[in-house]
Design a protein around this ligand. Sequence first.
Ligand code: Z16
Length: 839
Amino acid sequence: LSPEHITEIYDSFHIEDDRTGLSSETLQRAIADNLYYIQGKFPEIATLYDYYMAVAYTVRDRLLHRWINTVKTYREQDVKVVCYLSAEYLPGPHLENNLVNLGIYDQVQQAVESSGLDLRSILAQEEEPGLGNGGLGRLAACYMDSLATLEIPAIGYGIRYEYGIFDQEIREGWQVEITDKWLRLGNPWEIPRPENAVEVKFGGYTEPYTDDQGDYRVRWIPHQVVNGIPYDTPISGYRVNTTSTMRLWKAEAPESFDFQAFNVGDYYGAVDAKIISENLTKVLYPNDEPIQGKQLRLEQQYFFVSCSLQNLLKIHLLRGDPIETFHEKFVIQLNDTHPAIGVAELMRLLVDEYLLHWQKAWDITQQAFAYTNHTLLPEALETWPLNLFGSLLPRHLEIIYEINQRFLDQVRLKYLGNPDKLARLSLIEEGGSKRIRMAHLACVGSHAINGVAALHTELLKEGVLKDFYDLWPHKFTNITNGVTPRRWMVLINPRLTQLITREIGETWITQLEDFKRLESLAEDPAFRQEWRRVKRAVKQDLADYIQAHQGLTLNPDSIFDIQAKRIHEYKRQHLNVLHIITLYNRIKHNPRLAVPPRTFIFGGKAAPGYQMAKLIIKLITSVGEVVNHDPDICDLIKVVFLPDFNVTNSQRIYPAADLSEQISTAGKEASGTGNMKFSMNGALTIGTLDGANIEIREAVEADNFFLFGHTSEDIVDLKAQGYVPKTFYNTNPALKEAIDLIASGYFSHGNRALFQPLVDQLLQADPYCLLADYQSYIDCQDQVGQAFQDQDTWTKTAILNVARIGRFSSDRAIREYCREIWWVNPVSIHLEEYQQAKA
Ligand code: Z16
C-alpha cells in the first residue's frame, strides 16, 4: 500500500460514509454498527452504557478526519503552535459538547430516539475526566475550547491521572472521599500513541566531559528511567473543522528495565520497579490553593513537562526546521508554577542533548515561555527543598544555579550595593533550609508574565512579584479570565439560549459581545415575563433533581442563593452561614416577620487534609438539619448541600441561580470564573471587590451588582492596625448571637466541642476578616431580599447582567493571549471533498 494507493482508497469513500455522514439515518446505522463491532453487543443485551459507547464512537468518528486534517495541515504549513502546559484539566463530559460543536445534536437525538432510546439518559452515562481541582483546571479546558473555535494551532499537554479528583459523599453531614475510578469502564475519547513514547530520567548524578569540539559538557547518569506514553483526546471547535489535541502522559516502566532485573533472577524486583514507575501518574493531588511539598508531586510535574518538551522538539525537527528556530514555531504557556521546571528542562535538552551554547539556548527558552500566575496566597507559592530537588533532578539543580548566577550578575549591575534586592530576587530562598522558588524560575525564564484579573495583576506587581516588575515592567500584562459560552450557556441552558437566539440571532455564540443587543429588551415587559418563565422552569429542574436525589422539597419561587466552589476559608462559606443563622434568629425572635423565602445551596469539595474546610461542610449541613426542620421557620429558609460538585453537577447549578455568592476576602481570590458562569446565566451577584468581581461590576454597572465589604486596601490597613475580631463580636449583638449559637452546641446536638476550632479561629484570629465584613454583608443581603420582592425589576437587572457579560468569554481572553503574548494567528482547516459530509 503506497501513500498514493491509500489516497485513492480515501477518494473512493462515499460522501454518506458511515464514519462521516451526519444525517440521522446514517448516524443511526453507525450507532448500531458500533454497538455490534466495538461493544460486541446486540440490542437485546446492550446496556445504556453500551449505547453511550456506541454513540461516543460514532461522534468520535466524525471528529477524526477533522482531527487528522488539523494535524496534517499544521505539519505541512509550518505554523506557530501554542503549547499549553497544565498539570490539570477539567473538560467535563465530552459527548454533549462535541454534539454542540459539530452541530449534530438534533440529528443524534433523532437517531437515538428512532432506536427507542433517550439521548439525555445516554449522555448521563459519561464519567467526566476529573483531572483537576477547580478553577485552574477548568480554565485550561475553556481555553482549549476557545483555541479550537478561534482556529489557533494548539496542543494542551498534561497528566493522565488514573484517579482524578475524589468523588465526594456526605455521610452524617461530613465529607467522605471516594476514589475516582473514571477509567473503569473504558474511555472512548482517548487514543493511546505508544509509538510516541518518550523516556524520562530521575535521580543519579552528573559528570563532566569534553565534546568533539573541545567544549565542556555535562552528562546526566540517572538512577531510574520512566516511560511516558501519550494519550490523545480530540478537542473540537465550535462549527469549525479545527480539532486540537489534548495530549496527556501516562507513566509506565520501560521494558528494558524489567528485563534487566528479570535476567539477574529478580522477577519480583522487576515487578516492584514497574509498580513504582506507574505510581507516578496514579493520582491527582487534591489541593486547590495550598500546595504540598511532596516528592511525588515534583516527580509528576517533571515527568509531564519533560515528556511534553521532548515531544515538541521532536515535532519541530520532524518538520525539518533547525533547532535554533524553535521559539519561532512554538510558544509554551505555563499554567501556574506547576510546569515551571520546564524552563530548566528546555535548557537541559538544548544544551546537553542538542549541544547548543548556553546563551543561544537561553534566548530560545526565554522567548518560548510565558507564565500565568493564579494566586497571591503565600502558602500556595511553590518552593522545593533544595536537597529533595537535587537528589531527584541533579542536572536541573546545576542548571538552575547557572541561570541564577547569570541573572544575579545582571541584577548586581543594576542595583549596585543592594544585597537585599539580590536575596529577594534569587531563585534560591536562603535561611534555615534552602528552597527553589518556582515562581522566580518562571519569571526569569519567560518573556511574559500575566495575572488573571486586573486587581490580581496590580497586586502581583506591588506584592509577590514586585522586584521582578521593577526589573522588567514590560514583561507584565493582565489577561482577565474568561469562560466558554458554548458549554456554559448553549450546552447547560438550552431554554435561555433559545429565548436569546430567537431575539438576537446566534452570532453571540462566538462573539459574546453581541449580548449587548439584549439591552433594549430589558425594557420590554413581555420579554421580561418570558425570561422569568425560563428562569422558573430552570429552577424547577434543579428542584426536581434535589427532590429525587436528596428527598428535599424546594420552593421554586424562593430566592435560589448559591455558593458553589472549592471550600476554603478565604472564600468564606462560613460568612454565608453566619447570614443564614442571622435570618434564622430573626424569625425565631419574630415569627411573623416578613422575610422573602430563600433556598441556600452550597456545593464544593474540601481538600482531604484541610480540617477547617471539612468542618465548614459539617457546619453547613448541621445548620441545614436544624433550620430545614424547625416548624417556626415555616419553610422560609432551606439549606441544601449538594454533594460532589464537579463539572457535570455544576451544569445543573449555574442556570438555576438567582443570586451568586462571590464573597471572598478582598485581595485573596485571583479571579474566579464561577462568578462569570452565574452571571452569564442571569444570576445577580453579591460580592466583594475581589478578583474579576470588580470587572464584572464595572461591566454590568454598579446598580446591577450587590457590593459589600472592605476593599483589599482596607484589609491591609485593618491588619496593619492590629485587627481584633473580638471587637466586632463584642459590639454587634446579631453577630454575637449567631456565633454564640454555633458555640453553644445548638447545631451539634449539644456538642460544644464540635465547632470550637471554627469559633476560636474566628474570635482569636479571623485571618479572612469575616467579622469585619459581617455587618456590611448582612445589610447587603437585606437589600437583596428587598429587591427580589420586585420581580420585574429583578428580571430587568438579570437581563442587563447577561447583556453586559460579553467581555468574560474565553474567546476574548484567548484573543488577548494571541495578540499580546503568543504572537500566533488562526489557520483554517479545509477538508477534502470526500471528507465533507452534508447533514
Ligand atoms: C486554582 O484553581 C487557582 C489558583 C491556584 O493557585 C491553584 C489552583 Cl488549583 C484558581 C484561583 O483560585 C481562581 O481565583 C482563578 O479564577 C483560577 O485559578 C483560574 O485562574
